[in-house]
Design a protein around this ligand. Structure first.
Ligand code: NAG
Length: 434
């Protein structure tokens, strides 16, 4: 006994340890993503539930050159007409100057994508250079766009040259004919790419059954940009959950559950990870399953207008229910009548057997009548012993037939009862042991 207890305790300790290990192992993997949306969604049981999880940034852009498809361009606006492009450069290319008059005058460092210095140097500022400059960085691979604005003013007075921040952007006042540097620096690894990391785009769907915390969530699906997929959903759910086959082409990782079942309720999370692009997002859905749209319900008495027919008894039932829905009324009446009929039949049987017994001569070989008698005697004894006949009296007014059995019972009690002398136990034993 002591050995068994020890073994049991040891087993429990082992189980607890392994649980701690498991939960601590899964913890850090999910804690780094930020929840970008949380919603409660309700779908009808039997319908198709769609939990929307979309991000254009997760669209898989195949980049076989591994140049990460970035571009920088400087635009000049702020004057009449639309902004015009002055110069641009691809991450794997040379600077390109648009206007012939700007060649050799506007300079962009060829190493911009290596050192993160995208500044534009104007060799000698002219009056026409004044305006609103924007330094634009596009990361096509990561679907990122960043823009920086600088206002350039040109003055004739070299002492008036200055730079200040107007609350939104830098404002630079440069003297005519001097070299001017419009600074645009972004040294984020994403733009400079001093390390080569394979694209790691992965999407997970998790499910927490009701009452289960996030760190104990069940993994439903893993989707990789390479096309690999892994399903872990519990068997009852596995065949009904799906994410579109072209998910990475469209950035749509919405989870469909079809058909939805009440047991599917829980918290579902969509995790989007683009490790290279620094994207870590989680969308949370608290899924509720509603009853399917009700088929037109049978006619029922409106609540409050009539007492519940199942609670009413006797003739009053008829009076109350007649004005209500007829189909329902007849159904109820049918139940009441059937019950009454059964009761009457039972009474008749009891009365008949009692009379037969009083006429003298009990047939002890008739097992069934003996059984009926035994019941009857017990009933009579109970009624007299407790002396509680008030419930019967109140019913006398309503139901005449009940009066009969009461009479019978009273007569039975007052008349000598040979039945009491019968060894009923013996009779029953004979019956059941046959
Ligand atoms: C950026 O490059 C320019 C030359 O193109 C240089 O004058 C400037 O100091 C550099 N800025 C930074 C912050 O490295």
């Amino acid at each position: 006994m002591a050995l068994w207890t020890q073994v049991l305790l040891w087993g429990l300790a082992l189980l607890q340890n392994s649980t701690v290990l498991l939960s601590s192992g899964s913890g850090p993997a999910t804690s780094d993503s930020s929840v970008v949306s949380e919603s409660v969604v309700t779908w009808e049981a039997g319908s198709q539930a769609v939990l929307r999880c979309q991000s254009p940034r997760m669209v898989w852009t195949q980049d076989r050159l591994h140049d990460r498809q970035r571009v920088v361009h400087w635009d000049l606006g702020g004057g009449p007409g639309p902004a015009r492009r002055l110069v641009d450069m691809y991450s794997a290319g040379e600077p390109r100057v648009y206007q012939p008059r700007d060649r050799g005058r506007l300079l962009l460092s060829p190493s911009a994508f290596h050192d993160g210095n995208f500044s534009l140097l104007i060799r000698a500022v002219e009056e026409s250079d004044a305006g609103l400059y924007t330094c634009n960085l596009h990361h096509h691979y990561c679907h990122l766009y960043e823009s920086l604005a600088i206002r350039l003013e040109v003055t004739d007075d070299p002492r008036a040259a200055r730079a200040y921040w107007d609350g939104e952007k830098e404002v630079l006042t440069a003297a005519r004919g001097t070299p001017t540097l419009l600074t645009c620096v972004n040294r984020a690894l994403l733009w400079t790419e001093r390390h080569l990391e394979e694209a790691q785009q992965v999407v997970h769907w998790d499910r927490q059954p009701p009452g289960v915390p996030h760190d104990r969530a069940d993994r439903l699906l893993d989707l990789y940009a390479s096309g690999e997929r892994r399903a872990y959903a519990p068997p009852f759910l596995r065949d009904r959950v799906a994410v579109g086959a072209d998910a990475f082409a469209r950035g749509d990782f919405s989870l469909r559950i079809d058909p939805l079942e009440p047991a599917d309720e829980g918290t579902y999370s969509c995790h989007l990870h683009h490790h290279y692009c620094g994207l870590h997002e989680r969308r949370v859905f608290h899924l509720r399953v509603a009853e399917p749209a009700a088929t037109p319900p049978p006619l029922r008495p409106s609540p409050g207008s009539a007492p519940d027919p199942t609670l009413a008894r006797g003739r009053s039932v008829i009076n109350v229910i007649v004005p209500e829905g007829r189909a329902h009324f007849f159904q109820q009446l049918g139940y009441v009548l059937a019950t009454l009929l059964l009761f009457i039949l039972l009474l008749i049987t009891v009365v008949l057997t009692t009379r037969q017994r009083r006429r003298g001569g009990y047939d002890y070989t008739d097992q069934k009548s003996a059984k009926a008698k035994a019941k009857d005697v017990n009933l009579a004894e109970f009624a007299v012993a407790t002396g509680d006949q008030t419930p019967y009296r109140s019913e006398d007014i309503q139901l005449d037939y009940k009066n009969n059995i009461l009479k019978e019972r009273v007569e039975l009690v007052h008349s000598p009862l040979p039945a009491k002398n019968i060894d009923l136990d013996k009779e029953f034993r004979k019956e059941y042991c046959k």
